[in-house]
Design a binder for this molecule. Structure first.
Ligand SMILES: NC(=O)C1=CN([C@@H]2O[C@H](COP(=O)(O)OP(=O)(O)OC[C@H]3O[C@@H](n4cnc5c(N)ncnc54)[C@H](O)[C@@H]3O)[C@@H](O)[C@H]2O)C=CC1
Ligand SMILES: O=C(O)C(=O)Cc1ccc(O)cc1
Length: 362
């Protein structure tokens, strides 16, 4: 029997989930967005099967309702949902980047709520950025609570299995602690680095030099500010704790730099390199999946369109493209990112057979 899924919020995450769920032919995906234009666009793009005009009516017909809105809006919608005329056995879930406050809000609901967080995404937002394959190989965290029955949890896991994400059950507190470390606090640091660049007024040319490493380290600072405002205010205590640790670390770093002894400075970088190099690679346990292919290219006009042209001919989709370094006299490094490991392997074969340029995977 066809199951009715309602996705509220048709941006990057809601749109991507809607697309992935459509792989299951026994599912009807209805989509609602506060922006009527977004909902219309999602329907025209085929991301959702239907775009109901009334949220309450769509909610009444749903077997599963997914809140894919910024986490502040999600809590407000959850409160409103108490007044909706829902099916008794409906499952409510969400995609938010925080879980503690959302699970706290769920205690006041009359229906089952299982927290969710697909840990893949990007600095882009909006329905236009939605991708069916966004969650493949990424972790998809679920945070059931003591009211969750095994059958409903299994139903939700089965429903989400079409995303090809790795579903993992965690307590909300564990989730918020870990995401503060690997996602929320790093986001604040990325934004702070950009602020620091912005305050640099001695040499305005500095911005032009902000290539390679600076751009890599700060990419996420281009993400949706409203979404990150909500994440930061909800997971505030865990983030402040990370900031305390960081400030302590910076004090030690400052002392080390003032002493300026080369040995501990090298050890500092060495330890970071060892830990960083040992992180699980994307697709094998990493939190966010992007598959980078490095290509040594000469700095000549037309080279990028030549390479992307070969990939297009072989129908290999690219998710990102950037140049790490270009100087007039040396080869530059082109980094092309792919959504899946298979795409990257096909791209490497394509470039190696059709050009003389060296390719490698970091
Ligand atoms: N962007 C990312 O990389 C990731 C985001 N998330 C989480 O997923 C959720 C959605 O994020 P994105 O899709 O990136 O955001 P987005 O900005 O791309 O989309 C959010 C959508 O929700 C709609 N919306 C806002 N308030 C609404 C309301 N009250 N009722 C109905 N629609 C409303 C907006 O019009 C927009 O279309 C957030 O909670 C975020 O924390 C989770 C994983 C990754
Ligand atoms: O772009 C990136 O690397 C991200 O970190 C995207 C992201 C943003 C928020 C999340 O809760 C999960 C993933």
């Amino acid at each position: 029997m066809t199951k009715h899924i309602l996705i509220i919020g048709l941006g990057l995450i809601g749109g991507s989930l809607a697309k992935a769920l459509q792989r299951n032919k026994d599912i009807h995906v209805a989509g609602y967005d506060a922006s009527a234009l977004t909902a219309r666009k999602a329907f025209k793009m085929g991301i959702i099967h239907s775009s109901p005009p009334s949220l309450e009516q769509a909610a009444a017909e749903a077997d599963v309702i997914v809140f894919a809105t910024p986490v502040g809006a999600t809590i407000k919608l959850m409160e409103q949902s108490k007044y909706w005329n829902l099916k008794d056995d409906v499952i409510l879930t969400d995609t938010g980047s925080t879980k503690l406050q959302i699970m706290e809000a769920s205690k006041k609901l009359n229906h089952l709520f299982i927290g969710g967080h697909p840990m893949a995404g990007s600095h882009k937002s909006g329905v236009e950025a939605a991708k069916e394959v966004l969650f493949e190989n990424a972790f998809y965290i679920l945070t059931p609570d003591e009211k969750t029955d095994e059958k409903s949890l299994q139903f939700l896991k089965d429903l989400l299995s079409v995303t090809k994400a790795k579903i993992k059950v965690l307590a909300a507190e564990e989730h918020d602690h870990m995401t503060a470390v690997v996602s929320h606090f790093p986001h604040l640091i990325a934004a702070s680095l950009v602020h620091q660049l912005d305050q640099e007024d001695k040499f305005p040319f500095t911005r032009q030099l902000a290539a390679g490493g600076f751009r890599d380290t700060t990419r996420i600072a281009s993400a949706n500010p409203e979404m990150w405002r909500d994440i930061t205010t909800q997971n505030n205590a865990m983030i402040v704790h990370q900031l305390d640790n960081w400030m302590q670390q910076m004090e030690q770093l400052k002392e080390m730099l003032q002493t300026n002894d080369p040995e501990p400075i090298q050890q500092f970088f060495n330890h970071a390199k060892v830990v960083r190099d040992e992180l699980p690679i994307a697709g094998h346990g990493a939190m966010f999946s992007v598959f980078d292919l490095y290509i040594d290219i000469p700095d000549v006009p037309g080279i990028i369109s030549e390479l992307t042209g070969y990939l297009a001919e072989e129908q290999i989709s690219i998710v990102n493209i950037r140049i790490l370094e270009t100087r007039e006299d040396v080869f530059g490094i082109l980094v092309i990112s792919f959504q899946t490991n298979e795409d990257r392997a096909r791209a490497q074969k394509c470039i190696s057979t059709r050009t003389v340029y060296d390719t490698y995977i970091s």
